[in-house]
Design a protein around this ligand. Structure first.
Ligand code: TYM
Length: 327
């Protein structure tokens, strides 16, 4: 069975972008692959975050994983910081990566462009992709389901794996990124040229655990164009195309069939249908999250997951230590 691995950072609140671009993929693949899904809490430290908030986000993330249907009997579900090999291999990957390639990462450039004093850019955000490479390479993962924004990091991971294998002999599987056909880049509702993200505008971002009245308002007031034609055209109609993407991903109907159904229908009716679909899905999710959070199962699941993950991580790290001369 081929192996698949992915993770989400517990920074900020989870968004509909995380759900459509990543979590829905995880669920759809869990029967077919040997899966490792984790909470990238070490990655959450790369930009300043309050300890209390980090704990809350971590708990919310594991609850969402479970509420969405990730089955701990089929998937190894764990917290990155519970498996110390991630940080150790992350250091070795940082030693094997170049300043040039790390500084070319789009996410690094985006995130640091928002920091006014460049002298105070945290080093962690710079070496972030080295830790991400470690996450992937520790488990011999073949496929990495992610949204488009993370594809470049997986490509760098491939380069680092190949470089290490060439230098020290075959050690790592070279992974491949997998992005969903629909929804690899869900856009902001208030600025559809940009990605929907945890750190962008509140108005443009749907949070999975927010009040659904607010969700509905955000969708109904989302930015579109004025020609009142429902058509998929990301260049000229990014707002409508984004809503079509969201509706297609949640209903499983193709974009073509949705476009056909919504001929001669006004934007108001279309937006209402999108809001209904999103609120229905999130309503069910939120009810399950509440149930899980009051069940006391979370600690046990994470403990069990960390044990299983450590078994693989320990073996791989000890192989790496042998190759580089550390034992
Ligand atoms: P993170 O936490 O920023 O995002 C988690 C996942 O959600 C996807 N995503 C989106 N997909 C579509 N549209 C959007 N608007 C959108 N916003 C986010 C991301 O592409 C990602 O798949 N570095 C990673 C976490 C990580 C990881 C890993 C992932 C750490 N180690 C190893 C895979 C393998 C991150 O920050 O994702």
């Amino acid at each position: 069975m081929k192996r698949m691995l992915s993770g989400i950072k517990p920074t900020g609140q989870l968004t509909l972008g995380n759900y459509i671009g990543a979590i829905k993929q995880f669920i759809s693949y869990q029967e077919e692959y040997e899966m490792f899904i984790f909470i990238a809490d070490l990655h959450a430290l790369t930009l300043p975050i309050d300890a209390k908030e980090l704990r809350k986000n971590t708990r919310d993330l594991i609850s969402v994983y479970l509420a969405c249907g990730l089955d701990p009997d089929k998937v190894v579900l764990f917290k990155q910081s519970d498996v110390h090999e991630h940080a150790e291999l992350g250091y070795i990957m940082a030693c094997n990566s170049y300043m040039g390639e790390l500084s070319r990462m789009t996410q690094y450039k985006d995130k640091t462009s928002k920091i006014s004093d460049h002298g105070s850019i945290p080093t962690g955000i710079f070496i972030y992709p080295a830790l991400m490479a470690a996450d992937i390479l520790l488990y011999d993962a073949n496929y990495i389901p992610v949204g488009i924004d993370q594809k470049q990091h997986v490509e760098l991971t491939r380069d680092l794996a190949i470089r290490f294998n060439n230098h020290y002999s075959e050690t790592f599987i070279v992974p491949e990124p997998i992005t969903p056909k629909t929804g690899a880049k869900v856009a902001s509702l208030s600025n559809p040229e940009k990605k929907m993200s945890k750190s962008e505008s509140e108005k443009g971002t749907i949070y999975l655990l927010e009040d659904l009245n607010i969700t509905r308002k955000k969708i109904m007031s989302s930015v579109t164009d004025c020609d009142n034609e429902i058509k998929y055209d990301t260049e000229h109609k990014p707002g409508i195309s984004n809503l079509l993407t969201i509706l297609s991903s949640l209903t499983g109907k193709s974009i073509e069939s949705l476009v056909e159904n919504y001929q001669n229908v006004g934007y108001g009716t279309f937006k209402k249908d999108v809001a209904d679909a999103v609120c229905k899905e999130l309503g069910e999710l939120q009810a399950k999250v509440l149930e899980i959070q009051s069940s006391n199962k979370i600690e046990e699941i994470l403990e069990e997951g960390a044990k299983k993950a450590s078994y693989y991580a320990r073996k791989k790290l000890s192989k790496v230590y042998r190759k580089v001369g550390l034992n």
